[in-house]
Write a protein that binds this ligand. Structure first.
Ligand SMILES: *Cc1c(COP(=O)(O)O)cnc(C)c1O
Ligand code: SF4
Length: 370
């Protein structure tokens, strides 16, 4: 626990303000001078961070800041939140919109890539800005909310597109919106007959768990069937407070999934991943996807080789419960959607026989039906 955070804000850990998400949100660490008071930074590091903020803003909730090691630049939580000068090294293969979401956007703030589901980007704000963010182009520098008019047009697109039965409310982070704004969006989506399922993608349980208030949950449960996907990348994010937020969500009858990003030096080994996944399951959170890091600008220092991910999945398969294992996917550059890149257990398959290998590497055969 990094106590320097409490001195920065001159607040006791037991203060009721600490539990107030609006206080947390308003007091996010957004500039270098504040950051230098909670983690140890040389003048050179401070000027490098300032340089990074010119292309992608920083915001760290006081809560998350307490979890960062003040003296270790390689701390896995700190690296997700604190800019590194390597972000400014943009590689030739990196793109501002690596998944070509703009190309699958029939109206502003909607990405309609798969037949029966659409992504609805309802805000550009996040509680914390993840340094490897794939939507830097959206959540990047500008602090603007989506206009009421743009929101109406996006909802209108969903309403006049009967193929959409699943709407993914994302952003930015939808849970940075005030309850009443979020409720307006959910109510209007729920009123559309063909929208069967509403999903919310959020990083709030990990970076601002106080946001999961009883008021928020009693509002959300009016719009069932509603699912939430969180984003935990490292077991240290699953603090007692964060687990409480997850438990509260699940107790409201909301199935809670988790999407992680495979990040070099943060969670790119089977031991860390195993701890993360087992802790999620213990908290009743179902691991959903593990993403290979996308080719967004300035992400090279976070990217692993793809085999690292398939090896992790291979190491875990058979050794821990099937429902603790997420699907490892690459979101295909240029807009092909998510492609599973599973380890291969099939050796050969013909008219008579299937040859396969199990999790221990032992070979088996299975006869085909006639
Ligand atoms: C990930 C994603 C979805 C949802 O995909 P699922 O596999 O159903 O979780 C929908 N639209 C877009 C554009 C996406 O990137
Ligand atoms: S919460 Fe999501 S959208 Fe926001 S900065 Fe992190 S990865 Fe990007």
């Amino acid at each position: 626990m990094n106590d320097r955070v409490f001195s920065l804000f001159n607040i006791a850990p037991t203060s009721p303000k600490w539990e107030d998400w609006k206080w947390q949100y308003a007091h996010r660490i957004r500039d270098v001078s504040e950051l230098a008071r909670v983690i140890t930074l040389s003048p050179a590091e401070q000027s490098q961070i300032a340089q990074c903020l010119g292309s992608f803003r920083m915001a760290i909730t006081p809560y998350f800041a307490t979890l960062m090691d003040p003296d270790d630049p390689n701390d896995p939580l700190r690296r997700q939140a604190v800019p590194s000068i390597r972000e400014t090294e943009v590689q030739p293969w990196e793109m501002s919109d690596p998944l070509n979401e703009e190309g699958d956007s029939p109206v502003e703030n909607i990405v309609h890539r798969y037949p029966d589901r659409a992504l609805f980007l309802v805000t550009r704000h996040c509680a914390m800005y993840c340094r490897y963010c794939i939507r830097k182009r959206h959540v990047g520098e500008e602090d603007y909310a989506i206009s009421a008019d743009a929101r109406d047009q996006a909802i209108d697109y969903i309403a006049r597109t009967p193929a959409i039965r699943d709407v993914l409310v994302s952003g930015g982070d939808p849970l940075t919106l005030p309850d009443k704004d979020l409720e307006e969006i959910l109510a209007r989506l729920r009123a559309i007959e063909h929208v069967e399922v509403i999903r919310i993608g959020t990083r709030v349980p990990s970076v601002l768990p106080m946001r999961i208030t009883p008021e928020l949950l009693s509002m959300l449960r009016k719009y069932h069937p509603l699912w939430i996907n969180a984003q935990f990348n490292h077991p240290a994010e699953l603090t007692e407070r964060a687990c409480q937020a997850c438990t509260d969500i699940v107790d409201a009858g909301i199935p809670l999934g988790n999407q992680s990003v495979l990040l070099k030096g943060i969670n790119d080994n089977a031991e860390t991943m195993r701890e993360l996944l087992l802790k999620l399951v213990k908290t009743r959170v179902r691991p959903y996807y593990l993403y290979q890091c996308d080719l967004c600008e300035g992400s090279n220092h976070f990217r692993t080789r793809v085999e690292v991910g398939t090896e992790i999945i291979k190491d875990l398969t058979g050794n821990i419960s099937g429902y603790a294992i997420p699907r490892f996917v690459i979101d295909a550059p240029g807009g092909g959607g998510k492609v599973p890149v599973d380890p291969n257990y099939l050796i050969s398959i013909d008219d008579e026989l299937v040859e396969m290998v199990n999790y221990q590497g032992r070979r088996f055969t299975y006869p085909q039906s006639e």
